[in-house]
Design a protein around this ligand. Structure first.
Ligand SMILES: Cc1cc2nc3c(=O)[nH]c(=O)nc-3n(C[C@H](O)[C@H](O)[C@H](O)COP(=O)(O)OP(=O)(O)OC[C@H]3O[C@@H](n4cnc5c(N)ncnc54)[C@H](O)[C@@H]3O)c2cc1C
Length: 402
């Protein structure tokens, strides 16, 4: 009796390990040359593999409660223990984000790879599945240069996001061929373009800030953390948090940034006045407070010439500069595409699957896990936790009923 798994990413490897623990013969098919290609790029190469708060919410989709049974059965604690047993030491940051102690995403891929080897999982790379047929209660899986016949089949093909790292429509198409509908797909945890032309001059600059996102003038979300300027707009955890909804559909979206939340406007104004004496130039006015490039751009943005001596700056200009530092407004226009997104919002409808087992309600013996399903999590390790929990749930359930 054979369990076939399509997709050697986070959820597919987790499913393969769980299935192999049941004593089943497991074949893992991955279309790329190696396993866990996307996993290797996660968390800026550090892999934020889970979040200590993952059970408290932070998941989205048509039915956010769908994640609960798998996350309870394979909890964060259990996941960390599972990784510890595979030899991975981890460390948690104050925010609850967990990383490998080595700070390398490679370590996560390596321990999974070694465990698959130890358990005798038959890993076939370069095996892109094109078609699957269900005949006489068995699945016939056709992939490049080969065919696999199995009694249970787990689809773990991931989503469309991160196309260069392996994101594709494949999983959606395979599950659709079994009658499973797919919801609208859109990028999330993605940079947002903005209407402010000056942003390009700040490309690469990072700043801690308090961000308030408004939709049609109404508060949509606020948060504090790092923001990154890019060629076209804004990125970083704070922006990722709003990227699921921002600029989707109608409405004007504005992001108001406070680059110095630890100081009040009055305190900053006083500090700037103190600096506006002597022979320094405007270009150095915010040195020591903000990133130099950001400081200069903000000065220019309120019409101050960089070569102007600071003692010529007027009280009105000091007030305007204070406003720029404390409440800088940027119009958000649209998210970047799936190429740049970390995660896909939407996916295969979850009401077609049993959340306790991840088994299809339409085709017995067919399972799905990970991002291919209509589940997406917040930034900070939530998506990988879903991949581990749903993958292990699917693998264990597929093995059980053999
Ligand atoms: C740049 C980036 C950074 C990220 N950082 C984080 C982070 O730090 N923390 C976090 O929680 N999440 C992060 N994510 C999201 C996270 O990586 C995904 O949600 C997670 O990998 C999904 O797991 P999965 O197994 O469903 O899909 P994947 O990991 O994408 O695996 C799917 C696999 O299936 C293979 N495949 C697809 N179709 C076929 C086919 N037809 N035949 C054979 N194989 C196929 C693909 O090649 C791929 O290897 C990040 C994503 C990106 C793009």
């Amino acid at each position: 009796m054979v369990i076939g798994i399509i997709g050697g990413g986070a959820s597919g490897m987790a499913a393969a390990l769980a299935a192999s623990e049941t004593g089943a013969q497991v074949v893992l098919l991955e279309r790329q040359a190696r396993l866990g290609r996307k996993l290797q790029a996660t968390g800026n190469g550090r892999c934020n593999l889970t979040n200590l708060h993952a059970l408290e919410g932070g998941y989205h989709g048509e039915d956010p409660a769908f994640v609960v049974p798998a996350l309870e059965r394979y909890s964060v604690e259990d996941t960390l223990d599972w990784f510890r047993q595979m030899g991975l030491l981890t460390v948690a940051e104050g925010s609850g984000r967990v990383y490998p102690y080595s700070d390398q995403a490679n370590s996560v891929v390596d321990v999974l790879r070694f465990a698959l080897e130890d358990r005798g999982v038959d890993v076939r790379t370069g095996a892109e599945v094109q078609r699957v047929r269900w005949e006489d209660g068995r699945f016939r899986v056709m992939y490049a240069d080969g065919e696999l016949v199995c009694q249970k089949l787990i689809i773990a093909c991931g989503g469309l996001a991160g196309t260069k790292l392996g994101g594709s429509m494949s999983g959606y198409q395979l599950l659709r061929s079994f009658g499973h509908p797919v919801t609208r797909l859109r990028p999330t945890l993605v940079q947002l373009k903005c209407g402010w032309k000056g942003v390009a001059a700040l490309k690469g600059v990072r700043a801690e800030c308090h961000a308030v996102v408004l939709r049609d003038g109404q508060l949509h979300r606020e948060s504090r953390g790092e923001i990154q300027f890019t060629e076209y707009g804004l990125s970083g955890p704070v922006i990722f948090e709003v990227s699921r909804d921002a600029c989707q559909g109608k409405g004007d979206w504005v992001c108001k940034l406070d680059f110095l939340p630890q100081m009040t406007a009055q305190e900053l104004e006083r500090e700037l006045r103190r600096r506006c004496v002597g022979s320094r130039k405007v270009e150095d006015l915010l040195v020591g407070i903000l990133h130099n490039r950001l400081g200069r751009v903000l000065c220019q943005n309120v019409g101050l010439r960089l070569e102007l001596p600071v003692d010529r700056v007027t009280d009105d200009q000091i007030r305007e500069l204070t406003q720029a530092v404390k409440a800088f407004e940027v119009e958000l226009t649209e998210p970047l595409g799936m190429d740049s997104a970390q995660v896909t919002a939407g996916g295969v409808r979850t009401d077609g699957f049993d959340p306790e087992t991840m088994e299809s309600r339409l085709v017995p013996g067919l399972y799905a896990c990970g991002e291919v399903l209509d589940v997406d999590g917040d930034c900070g390790g939530y998506n990988l936790q879903w991949a581990w929990s749903s993958g292990r749930s699917a693998g264990a359930s597929a093995g059980k009923r053999m």
